[in-house]
Design a binder for this molecule. Structure first.
Ligand SMILES: Cc1ncc(COP(=O)(O)O)c(C=O)c1O
Length: 417
């Protein structure tokens, strides 16, 4: 097997320069742990950025993969197969939506959502309305990397190098109801919201903002698009984060944990909105193939059968309580945010966040950070309180170790700026 050093020297010549990887080669996983080439065990509190919700080597996933691999992997979308209907039945039940489009990734699901919203505006206009084609999206949003998705993604570094991306997107400050009202008009065909922003630093939309977005959309026929690619599929203790609020979307999107590590995305919508797509308007070669459907069905049935939503709420609540306990002892902690097992621990210093992340890795615990200062926890749904205790003890020691130097740096930067 090539060593980490072999890969570090070969990749830069062979592979596009798109990722800054951690210095770690992962070779296998089991339960909530992954192992590097030396056999060192890591507690995985990131699950492949929110994907491996059932951990590694889960028997239900392995059985579904084996069974489907020996039966039928792919049909194209020119033919019927039962996986589409079986998965659609489950997805519509858990989301409260009526119809599904299956694809292969988060950005594809979001791209389908944007196209559907534009097509829906066209459909209404053909019936005598006068809706424009503008999207309102939120500051700090992340919706993916393809040209439409990235156009609704706020961070300049992701969007600006590729201009002109999809036109007519206006960004509104997060949770600023007055700004939302001011930006809304009949020019708008859709309002795009991550109910719980992930990449943006683990921030919930406020109930007031979400309700106002719903009301504004209802006033003109524009659509409310809720991106649940990171926060959906049980991650927050509900199937979708919008189920914590009394608001339903017109369109929602799911992906990351949907098939526990096999690439699948889904765009779901109401019956009325679904009318805007007719055959040929949108499609995909691989999307919704029998293999991906079988694995996604196994994931949903396991989450249901093992009552994992309740477990996510319970262990997630315990995790947040323990982190709040740390916050009462460490001034370097700026905030603890999140729901279920989508949790952010914001520090006052990016340097400290980087050092803590590295220290956790050295101690055999994996997580990542967003917005430089927010340590992000997206563990498999199977973690137990003892795993939380292990992480919190390690954090306690590392925060102690890195706080004093950082406090000085903070004071220095405040006095010099
Ligand atoms: C909220 C949200 N939307 C869309 C995406 C894009 O998903 P993918 O990377 O599968 O294209 C992500 C990925 O992190 C996400 O978190």
């Amino acid at each position: 097997m090539p060593t980490l050093a072999d890969l570090q020297s070969a990749e830069p010549k062979l592979v596009m320069n798109t990722y800054a990887r951690y210095p770690l080669q992962l070779v296998r996983g089991e339960g909530v742990h992954v192992y590097d080439e030396t056999g060192k065990q890591y507690l995985d509190l990131l699950s492949g950025i929110g994907v491996s919700a059932l951990g590694y080597g889960h028997p239900a996933i392995t059985a579904a993969i084996n069974a489907q691999a020996g039966t039928l992997l792919h049909t194209s979308n020119l033919f019927f197969h039962s996986g589409t209907t079986e998965l659609a039945l489950r997805l519509t039940e858990i989301t409260g939506m009526d119809r599904v489009f299956l694809c292969n990734s988060g950005t594809e699901a979001w791209e389908a959502a944007l196209k559907l919203a534009r097509a829906h505006a066209g459909m209404l206009n053909a019936q005598g309305k006068k809706l424009g084609r503008r999207f309102l999206a939120l500051e700090s949003s992340f919706h993916g990397r393809t040209m439409g998705s990235v156009a609704t993604t706020h961070k300049d570094a992701y969007r600006m190098p590729f201009q002109p991306v999809m036109p007519d997107v206006h960004f509104v400050p997060h949770n600023d109801v007055a700004a939302l009202r001011a930006a809304f008009s009949e020019e708008v065909c859709g309002i795009c919201i991550e109910v719980l922003q992930g990449e943006g630093g683990i921030h919930f939309v406020s109930a007031e903002f979400l309700a106002e977005a719903r009301r504004l959309c209802d006033s003109t026929g524009a659509l409310l698009l809720l991106d649940e690619i990171q926060s959906g599929m049980g991650r927050t203790g509900e199937w979708c984060a919008y189920q914590h609020f009394n608001v339903m979307p017109d369109i929602t999107t799911l992906a990351k944990p949907l098939a526990g590590g096999i690439p699948v995305g889904a765009m779901l919508c109401t019956e009325a909105v679904a009318q805007a797509f007719t055959p040929g308007m949108h499609g995909t070669t691989f999307g919704g193939n029998p293999f991906a459907c079988a694995v996604a069905i196994a994931v949903i049935d396991t989450i249901k059968g093992d009552d994992l939503l309740a477990h996510v709420s319970d262990v997630g609540g315990y995790f947040v309580d323990q982190l709040n306990g740390l916050a009462s002892r460490h001034d370097i902690i700026a905030a603890v945010r999140g729901a279920g097992l989508m949790i952010g621990l914001e520090l006052h210093s990016a340097d400290a966040a980087g050092a803590v992340l590295e220290g956790m890795r050295d101690r055999g615990i994996l997580l990542n950070r967003t917005h430089d200062t927010v340590l992000r926890f997206l563990p498999p749904y199977l973690i137990a309180r003892e795993h939380v205790d292990q992480a919190v003890q390690a954090l306690d020691a590392l925060l102690q170790q890195h706080a004093p130097a950082t406090q000085e740096a903070m004071t220095e930067s405040q006095t010099t700026s």
